[in-house]
Write a protein that binds this ligand. Structure first.
Ligand code: DGL
Length: 278
């Protein structure tokens, strides 16, 4: 077991292909400040959205098993792509409660006045049975315009969520939706939460943005309660370990920057190696 300095607290384990899941960690931290957390950014293998279903399942299983070995009492799959392709498998193999994320299709339909909703998600999420079922379930009430976000995750991983490349890609992906009458946009990847300032800057209030981090944090709280796993209240902040499979400091730096308000003062990003799918 790696020394992650969690001072014996059984943590909630959270993982994503990279920096996206930090938006979920931030919501969990706000909702459950006394829960210790371990987060893995699998940045070495991002983006998952352009990989095969088999690859996504293998990485998800390797990360989930590693977190359980570190003593995680529950897991949060803070990645739409991994949830849609791997959560059933994880639940079959691992004995801890596992909470996933999925694009907020239902809240988007409820929020939309025009009943035209844009869905920005990874190519892998868009082709998944889970997303297709969600769209079909709400397809009577609404027209969906689905767009894969090719290239966006790579920019976010490099710490360029607010840069010129992102701005050009967003214009290319979202303008046709707005022109077709969409008034609401589902941010169907946890990475895309980091694009909210850039989307707002370009589209103002023409698009209502739907992301589900707070709802997931609420679900984590319920599951911990239900399984008798909730941490007792503690004085001071619970420990948190942030881990990255990125080998280069260049990729760890954006993680440290995004996490700087979440990390305890002595916190740092720990490089780890988690095998599987190589
Ligand atoms: N953050 C992930 C998601 O929610 C995946 C991004 C990627 O690695 O392609 O789908």
């Amino acid at each position: 077991m790696q020394d992650l300095s969690l001072r014996d607290a059984a943590p909630v384990g959270v993982f994503d292909s990279g920096l996206g899941g930090l938006s979920v960690v931030s919501a969990i931290r706000r909702r459950l400040p006394h829960e210790a957390l371990i987060y893995i950014a699998d940045s070495r293998y991002a983006p998952y959205g352009e990989k095969t279903d088999t690859f996504i399942r293998a990485r998800s299983l390797a990360l989930a098993e590693w977190l359980v070995q570190q003593g995680a009492k529950a897991l949060v799959v803070a990645c739409n792509t991994a949830t849609t392709h791997a959560i059933a498998d994880l639940r079959e193999r691992l004995a801890v409660p596992i909470i996933g994320v999925e694009p907020g299709i239902k809240p988007a339909v409820q929020a939309s006045a025009s009943k035209v909703v844009g869905v920005l998600a990874t190519a892998a999420t868009l082709r998944s049975d889970k997303l297709q079922q969600l769209l079909a379930a709400h397809g009577q009430a609404c027209r969906f315009i689905c767009q894969p976000g090719h290239g966006l995750v790579e920019q976010i991983e490099q710490g360029a969520a607010d840069g010129a490349v992102v701005d050009t890609l967003l214009a290319q992906y979202l303008t046709p939706m707005v022109d077709a009458g969409a008034d609401t946009l589902v941010l169907g990847s946890t990475h895309y939460a980091w694009l909210m300032p850039a989307i707002r800057r370009r589209f103002g209030d023409r698009l209502r943005l739907i992301e589900t981090a707070a709802a997931i944090a609420q679900r984590v709280a319920q599951q911990l309660e239900q399984h008798g796993l909730a941490a007792p209240p503690r004085a001071g902040e619970a420990p948190m370990a942030l881990c990255s499979t990125a080998l280069s400091e260049d990729l760890r730096t954006p993680l440290a920057r995004l996490a700087q308000d979440m990390l305890p003062p002595e916190g740092r990003v720990v490089g780890i190696e988690v095998g599987g799918a190589d």
